[in-house]
Design a protein around this ligand. Structure first.
Ligand SMILES: NC(=O)C1=CN([C@@H]2O[C@H](COP(=O)(O)OP(=O)(O)OC[C@H]3O[C@@H](n4cnc5c(N)ncnc54)[C@H](O)[C@@H]3O)[C@@H](O)[C@H]2O)[C@@H](O)CC1
Ligand SMILES: Nc1ncnc2c1ncn2[C@@H]1O[C@H](COP(=O)(O)OP(=O)(O)O)[C@@H](O)[C@H]1O
Ligand SMILES: [K+]
Length: 500
């Protein structure tokens, strides 16, 4: 499990470092790492470093300072270096002087000979001839969308890019992109990942993220934002032990589907069947259809005679009327962990007295998409982590917020994010598959916060395998999948996770 730290946490750690190591030394370490990894990228893409042309985009702060010092390192390796200064009077003085001494060319990005977009002739020409661009416009202290000159330069970049710390234009805290932003092949960050690397579009804009040690990591606090590796998920996924039987591995109850939405029952039970190897019970009006698709499911018509379970997954397709309400109430009263999805969330939003049925000792997981979240607690807003964290605290639940990046907040404030690289899971019924996975993991006794993280990870991988697998051909963009195809890929996803 990897941590991610907010800019404030990083700045605090940097201040501690500076008590023993002078700031310029720390900056030189950061710049050296940028140059080492940037040179590797340049050698891969342009065949060599010496004789190639590196362009630095240099902002007014420490991020620009890193870029300038990285430019010095590129000069040492024989590359030509042109630094485009966005604010020439504020460019890092020591870095600027060092680059000049090393034979780099420093130009005012805005002139002379500015074109209609405000870009100087020398800057425009340098960008056209670039073999590699080092993005040092802005890092930890970025605020809002890029200013016009920065935005214009970024939109003209055609060469491979190494971003210093964060791709400029990506919000460091939310990962949101509002306007032009750097699309990095590689981001070299320092001490630890930032939320901007793992959330929203930021995870895609960062490219490959390299965390360089510059002495900061040792001073960072315990993180409260995490990303699971495939290996974490594989290692944590329940596997039957020799002494296990079908009951000891945990029985999950699925209450989903109705005469109007029978598919939700088939998808949610199917995914529970494939997630773990214990036993799946089903309760609801789609029992016959469930049996015909999944004969191993023990299905009954009513939740009141479903039998014993270790966790409930409740909600997809149960409707928001009186019968759905009673199903949810029964699950909440059971004293077992409950994954409440879809109609369950709407029911809780419409009638908060349903919370009274909850056994306070049993975990509740809510899995809203943005619309369901809004019913429950208002607009998600740009800061999805803060929104999920606040609602998890308020309702004392694990809250899984669906979307391209899945955010899982625990009531104690810990947050897991599952960055997604593609959007194929955005298909009707795919949420039902997720509900089944979470329910099965809860029944197996996995910590609810981790269960959500594991399930989101496996779900995204299953969608990827379905969209890019043999059935879909070799198309690099993938092919559309339905939730049934996603469901069929769940066992392969679990196998791949366990192998990693
Ligand atoms: N604090 C330190 O000593 C260290 C900092 N390091 C580097 O320094 C960076 C942080 O430096 P700073 O705190 O000076 O800040 P930044 O360099 O991230 O940004 C500050 C500058 O960017 C401008 N800016 C902010 N938002 C902008 C926008 N939307 N469009 C255009 N310009 C914008 C601001 O006006 C300000 O001049 C880190 O990201 C890292 O790259 C590293 O050298 C490691 C050590
Ligand atoms: N743009 C997207 N990129 C990646 N995953 C997405 C995207 N939009 C939705 N998802 C995922 O797809 C699933 C959709 O769930 P949900 O909205 O409940 O759909 P349904 O109710 O049709 O089953 C969730 O796991 C969600 O995180
Ligand atoms: K940057």
């Amino acid at each position: 499990m990897q941590g991610a730290w907010t800019p404030d946490q990083v700045r605090d750690a940097e201040r501690s470092v500076f008590t023993s190591t002078p700031e310029p030394v720390v900056m030189r370490r950061a710049a050296f790492a940028v140059a080492v990894h940037g040179a590797r990228l340049l050698a891969e893409t342009a065949g060599a470093v010496a004789g190639r042309h590196v362009v630095l985009l240099v902002g007014a702060g420490g991020n620009g300072g890193d870029a300038l010092w990285a430019g010095v390192e590129f000069r040492r390796r024989g590359a030509g270096v042109t630094a485009l200064l966005l604010s020439p009077d504020k460019a890092h003085p020591a870095g600027s002087a060092a680059l000049r001494r090393a034979g780099g060319v420093l130009v005012d990005a805005a002139g002379p000979g500015a074109d209609t977009a405000g870009v100087g002739a020398a800057a425009a020409g340098a960008l056209e001839r670039a073999d590699l661009v080092v993005d040092g416009i802005v890092g930890l202290s970025a605020r809002g969308s890029l200013r016009p000159l920065a935005a214009e330069l970024v939109s003209r970049v055609a060469a491979p890019v190494v971003a210093v710390d964060l791709p400029s234009g990506v919000d460091p805290i939310t990962g949101a992109v509002d306007g032009p932003a750097v699309d990095a092949d590689l981001t070299v960050t320092f001490g630890g990942r930032k939320p901007g690397h793992v959330l929203g579009t930021g995870s895609v804009r960062s490219g490959a993220v390299v965390v360089a040690g510059i002495g900061v990591a040792e001073h960072l606090p315990e993180p409260d934002l995490f990303v699971l590796d495939a290996a974490d998920v594989g290692a944590g996924w329940p596997v039957p032990r020799p002494q296990d039987d079908k009951y000891s591995q945990g029985v999950v109850g699925v209450a989903a589907g109705s005469a109007t939405y029978p598919g939700a029952a088939v998808l949610a039970t199917g995914s529970a069947v494939q997630a773990t190897s214990g036993m799946v019970r089903y309760a609801g009006s789609a029992a016959d259809l469930v049996r015909s698709h999944w004969p191993e499911v023990v299905a009954t018509g009513s939740i009141t005679d479903a039998g014993r379970v270790q966790a409930w997954a409740v909600g997809p397709g149960i409707g928001t009327g009186a019968s759905g309400r009673e199903v949810l109430r029964h699950a909440l009263e059971s004293g077992r962990p409950v994954c409440a999805d879809a109609d369950s969330i709407t029911l809780l939003a419409e009638d908060p007295t349903l919370w009274d049925a909850r056994d306070p000792d049993a975990a509740v997981v809510l899995t809203p998409h943005a619309g369901e979240f809004q019913r429950l607690a208002g607009e998600v807003g740009a800061d999805r982590v803060a929104a999920a964290r606040e609602v998890a605290r308020r309702f004392d639940v694990v809250l899984l917020l669906k979307g391209n990046t899945t955010v899982v907040a625990a009531p104690d404030g810990r947050v897991l994010v599952n960055p997604s690289v593609h959007a194929w899971p955005a298909t009707a019924g795919s949420g039902d598959v997720l509900t089944g996975l979470i329910g099965a993991l809860l029944a197996a006794g996995i910590d609810p916060w981790l269960a959500c993280g594991y399930a989101a990870h496996a779900h995204a991988l299953a969608a990827e395998l379905a969209a890019f697998g043999p059935e879909a051909g070799d198309d690099p963009v993938g092919a559309p999948i339905g939730a049934s195809a996603l469901l069929r890929s769940v066992p392969a996803a679990i196998r791949a996770l366990r192998a990693s």
